[in-house]
Write a protein that binds this ligand. Structure first.
Ligand code: ITT
Length: 188
């Protein structure tokens, strides 16, 4: 199963999760242009539609956003730009000390050679008061998952992969693949 992303961390997480589910992932390292849209679903679908004629075979990609309630969902679909510009210190400066709830949303779009299918996964939590941890990537050092006291940057990779937004999206994706017979298992 081909996974298109420019981000090594995403590839590592996805391949490790899918490997446990019995799927082999092939990394197609590509940076593609993303539209600026209101939702992560639209961005993910638009990117897949543009790549489908270029790749001409089955593949999937995913778009992820961090949605902060007190900032009306910002940075959401702008997560990539915001991470590259103001980064985690900038996000912390935008927040006051109360009302720090947030969630990550991952939307996978799978192209089966004919049609597009979407699978999403959400992880609720809150924005930490300060940057903590060197693990993970992107917003992980400022995000504390619900029920935890440490950021995703402090938790071991295996803990992130067992609860994450990406894990949840991938789980529905793998169920779909198994049910629909799109099988590309390690044992082929
Ligand atoms: P591709 O589009 O090439 O797949 P990207 O890094 O641009 O890679 P996204 O647009 O999906 O990926 O990511 C938006 C931003 O959110 C980006 O700055 C990421 O670092 C960050 N991000 C994505 N997944 C994350 C996660 O699990 N934990 C923390 N930050 C994450």
């Amino acid at each position: 199963m081909i996974f298109v992303t420019s981000n090594q961390h995403k590839y590592n997480e996805i391949s490790s999760i899918m490997q446990t589910g019995g799927f082999r992932v092939q990394w197609r390292k590509m940076k593609y242009q993303e539209i600026q849209a209101d939702t992560t679903e639209e961005i993910s679908l638009d990117s897949a539609k543009k790549l489908a004629p270029l790749l001409g075979e089955e593949f999937f990609l995913e778009d992820t956003g961090l949605y902060i309630a007190a900032l009306n969902g910002f940075p959401g679909p702008y997560s990539s730009y915001v991470q590259d510009t103001i980064g985690n210190p900038g996000i912390l400066r935008l927040m006051d000390s109360s009302s720090r709830s947030a969630f990550f949303l991952t939307v996978i779009t799978f192209y089966d050679g004919t049609e597009f299918h979407q699978f999403s996964g959400r992880l609720d939590g809150s924005i930490a008061l300060e940057i903590a941890g060197k693990g993970g990537f992107g917003y992980d050092p400022i995000f504390i998952p619900e029920g935890e006291s440490q950021t995703l940057g402090q938790l071991p990779e295996s803990a992130k992969n067992s609860i994450s937004h990406r894990r949840r999206a991938v789980t529905s994706f793998m169920e779909f693949l198994k049910e629909s017979g799109h099988f590309d298992s390690i044992s082929d």
